[in-house]
Design a protein. Structure first.
Length: 830
RNA sequence: GCCCAGGUGGCGAAAUCGGCAUACGCACGACACUUAAAAUGUCGAGGCCGCAAGGCCGUGCGGGUUCGAAUCCCGCCCUGGGCACCA
């Protein structure tokens, strides 16, 4: 039999299945609270059960799995759970299209995806699996909702909301950012309807200040949240309107210091005063304008700003600082949904007002000048910076910052204004007009009004029998058995709320549920959460920066205020994982560039797939799929296996170790061994740079292969070889757990490799005993030499100057300066 | 337009604190094994000039600081992402 046949005996399908079975049967990843043992809660964003896992999941979960297994080997009590974000529209769309019940569709998908995840060998505690579409889970959505309702933090209001015509439901602001639906990218419309909101704005300030605790989040994610929350400090000022019997237009401004330059007031077309202020001739025009704005005025990403258009009402308002009457305009550039829906126009110091005033010939008086005026600045030029006040009555001469304080105080004293902070963040609209979501536990009674479902009546179950036609309206409305109920208060006939909750409600607290998934008195057990929370490391895609990641922070604060937890922040450490792309764009069905993980597992095995997806780029960066790459990783595992078997065979004849080994090879391998343990551990734990950790393991395997033949002859050499092989297996264990278990077993170990301790290294043995000194002349590398480590600067200088090549180069030139850095470099300047 | 991240061989990438640029891998080439191919193994390889020794150039572009810059500073270009009338 030829040599390569002997060693080509690794059947990854069989081996992987075998160890998955062992882990499963022994409940290898089930954990309990163990006070006294350091805990580590590692979480990856749970998947939506769309049918099959995709490469994004494989990447996300492979990164997490390496860290989970590494932490286990380091002795931590690791909670690493998984579950299903199982409510949502695709299930309902499948029902409309293929006539499958959403529940059947969802549960089938989960069963399939669960088996896919098992085949990847991920170290999950399956006993804690959470499934949000089961009443055992969503009843707690309802419980939390009722608590919020009691506190006035869940409320119903008729308002303009974002409507996605394609999804036929309302969207929260976060889900309609840029004027398009987050799910299907259709332009959203504005509709006026009854809608349930959660009062996230109560927490606006804390969501912002909490960023102080999120030092281990990527900067840009915090920035996105900060921009989304959009805090701005300023003041309200009232401009009385004689034509409205002295009622006032309240404006919000961040630049009250420029108010002496306010030469007009602008209302949003939707402002409540707009109707009253336009003459009968212009009234229809205004109405048409409003309708147009509502149909689709929101800018879509990439589109230019719409041209400014204004309408002079002919009425005036009084600037309370100057006492002068200024014209009131209505214009399309003023948003009703921010501030008060009205602004003061200060054209000299605001680019938008400047543009508007120029267009309509309004005066542009300058009231703030730069502290250090540049010589080429013209008087009528726009100046938006802070400066010093001119032509501002008693405030003339003040610096902007000081003027803002004094002027706001002045307005407050006189009763026509006050300091104010506004936020861009809006309350979270959670009503969805769809079937496959958590029913909002409310009953509408003609006599008692809006009545909460009593806690004892929870859960309000999603009725199984429903018709999925795709027609307008929620399927729930057409189910009499669901809609018609008795009022819990008066017992009279009443109507059940048919809106269901946004599925982002589910994901806002699922990480608490994992701590005690079977708890049936509360959403989760306080003690279990106190032990496990917070999540020590959260990993997932950055597309949720202002969606899930802000809602989850909000819910955590709410649950804290309910007294269920002490934690205010759920995820002190968030690792934003990069996208998976192929041929330059994100993998998607519509692009037709999807790579199926199942096929890769079949062809190369889960270990090779895991290794490749981690090796090709660091976690936070984009990962470009490349067919050849996985072949390379598969080959590497083949080489490791061959190497392992060769050493195993070489070590087996017991009495053969009577000769001598090569001391150079011995030193080289021993040093590499200690260096590898150090590097792999640091790369995983400190930087999450799994790609460089893997390359270090590859280097180690290469050195092992190169030195093994020179070591097998002596007992000492064989000890080192054995130690090296064990280290190789331990280092691979977090990355390629199946092949590692297989080799570990063959090394005669009785416990699983995942129970083995991460190896330790000797820092002294990891140090290079020699240093290569680079010799530069005028900054150019000319020669190099080896010397003992930590040779003094004088020693290396002398040695460098004595090198024949250097002496030749320096002949006839004056040495002006010699820079020596220990263990590194000698630079000779001539 | 504003904000953020990035730009290094043919490709994915590395260089962790200002000190050998291109580790590790892919693709490529030569060789060995083979009747042959595949697989596997060994060796090579930034570009240009040169038989070679060696020299010059080189981390998007231009400048600067420094004995020394992929790394720090200034300006610009390009790519990706976010926000986009937020008063």
């Amino acid at each position: 039999m030829s040599k390569d046949r002997i060693y080509r005996d690794y059947d990854f399908s069989a081996v992987e299945a075998k160890w998955q079975r062992v882990w499963d049967e022994t409940g290898a990843f089930s954990v309990r609270e163990e006070p006294g043992k350091p805990k580590f809660y590692l979480l990856e964003m749970y998947p939506y059960p769309s049918g099959r896992i995709h490469m994004g999941h494989v990447r996300n979960y492979s990164i997490g799995d390496v860290i989970a297994r590494f932490k286990m080997m380091r002795g931590a009590n690791v909670l690493h759970p998984i579950g299903w974000d199982a409510l949502g529209m695709p299930a309902e769309n499948a029902a409309i299209k293929h006539g499958i019940h959403p529940q059947t569709w969802t549960l089938d998908n989960i069963a399939h995806m669960r088996s896919q995840l098992r085949r990847m060998g991920f170290a999950y505690d399956w006993s804690r699996e959470v499934n949000t579409c089961l009443p055992e889970y969503y009843t707690w959505n309802q419980w939390i909702f009722l608590k919020l309702f009691e506190r006035g933090q869940a409320f119903r209001r008729k308002s303009w909301v974002n409507w996605c015509p394609d999804c036929r439901t309302v969207l929260a602001n976060e889900q309609a950012a840029g004027g398009v639906c987050w799910r299907c990218s259709s332009p959203v419309e504005q509709r006026r309807m009854d809608h349930w909101f959660l009062k996230i704005t109560d927490y606006a300030e804390e969501l912002l200040s909490g960023h102080g605790e999120l030092g281990k989040w990527p900067e840009h994610v915090l920035l996105m949240q900060k921009n989304w929350i959009g805090r701005s400090e300023g003041a309200y000022v009232d401009f009385p309107v004689p034509a409205l019997d002295g009622r006032s237009i309240r404006v919000f401004t961040t630049r009250i210091d420029t108010i002496y330059g306010a030469t007009f007031v602008v209302l949003s077309p939707e402002h409540p005063f707009s109707q009253a202020l336009v003459g009968p001739a212009d009234a229809p025009k205004l109405q048409a304008w409003v309708a147009e704005l509502r149909a689709g005025s929101r800018l879509r990403a990439g589109e230019a700003e719409t041209a400014k258009e204004g309408l002079d009402t002919g009425k005036t308002a009084v600037n309370p600082f100057t006492g002068e009457a200024v014209p009131i305009w209505i214009a399309n550039y003023v948003l009703m949904e921010y501030g008060t829906g009205a602004i003061m126009g200060v054209p000299a110091h605001d680019a938008r007002d400047f543009e508007f005033a120029t267009q309509y010939g309004l005066p542009i008086p300058e009231v703030v000048v730069p502290e250090t005026p540049s010589p080429d600045r013209k008087e009528d030029e726009l100046f938006e910076g802070l400066g010093r006040l001119v032509r501002s009555g008693p405030f003339t001469g003040l610096a902007s910052a000081e003027a803002m304080d004094k002027m706001a105080a002045h307005a407050e004293e006189r009763g026509f204004g006050e300091k104010a902070v506004t936020y861009r963040l809006r309350d979270w609209g959670i009503s969805r007009q769809r079937y496959w979501g958590t029913p909002i536990p409310i009953i509408h009674c003609p006599d008692c009004g809006t009545v909460p479902v009593p806690y004892d009546d929870l859960p309000v179950r999603i009725p199984h029998e429903a018709e999925f036609t795709g027609e307008a309206g929620s399927p729930l409305e057409k189910i009499p058995g669901f809609v018609d109920v008795a009022c819990p208060k008066c017992g009279g006939p009443a109507r059940r709320e048919t809106d269901t909750m946004d599925t982002f409600v589910d994901s806002s607290w699922y990480f608490f549920r994992y701590a005690s998934p079977a708890e049936d008195k509360l959403p989760f057990a306080r003690e279990a959460a106190a032990y496990w929370m917070p999540v020590d490391l959260y990993i997932g895609g950055v597309e949720h920066a202002i969606l899930h990641l802000i809602y989850a922070r909000f819910f955590t604060k709410v649950l804290r205020d309910f007294g269920l937890t002490d934690r205010g922040e759920p995820f002190p450490h968030y690792l934003a994982q990069g996208m998976v792309t192929k041929d330059g764009s994100a993998m998607s069905k519509s692009k037709g560039n999807v790579v199926d993980p199942d096929e890769m597992i079949r062809n190369f095995g889960a270990d090779a797939l895991r290794l490749f997806i981690l090796f090709a780029s660091p976690p936070e960066k984009e990962f470009a799929w490349n067919e050849k790459g996985i072949e390379g990783c598969s080959r590497f595992l083949g080489r490791v296996w061959t190497l392992f078997r060769e050493i195993e065979d070489g070590l087996s004849p017991a009495g053969a170790a009577s000769g001598a080994h090569d001391p150079a090879a011995f030193a080289r391998l021993r040093k590499k061994l200690h260096q590898t343990i150090r590097k792999v551990g640091e790369d995983i734990e400190k930087r999450f740079h799994l790609n460089t950790a893997i390359s270090a393991i590859m280097e180690f395997a290469n050195v092992l292969r190169e030195t093994k033949d020179a070591l097998a002859a002596s007992a000492e050499g064989r000890d080192l070889l054995r130690r090296a092989v064990e280290t190789l297996v331990l280092a691979l264990a977090p990355f390629t757990p199946h092949v590692a278990e297989e080799m570990w077993g063959r090394l005669g170990k009785e416990r699983l490799v995942l129970r083995a301790a991460w190896p330790s290294f000797d820092p002294a043995l990891a140090e290079e005993e020699k240093a290569t000194i680079v010799v530069e002349v005028n900054g150019k590398v000319r020669d190099r030499f080896e010397t003992g480590r930590d040779a003094s600067e004088n020693e290396i200088k002398a040695e460098a100057l004595a090198l024949p090549r250097i002496r030749q180069l320096l002949a006839g030139r004056d040495v002006r300066k010699v820079v020596c850095i220990k263990n590194k470099i000698v630079n000779i300047v001539v």
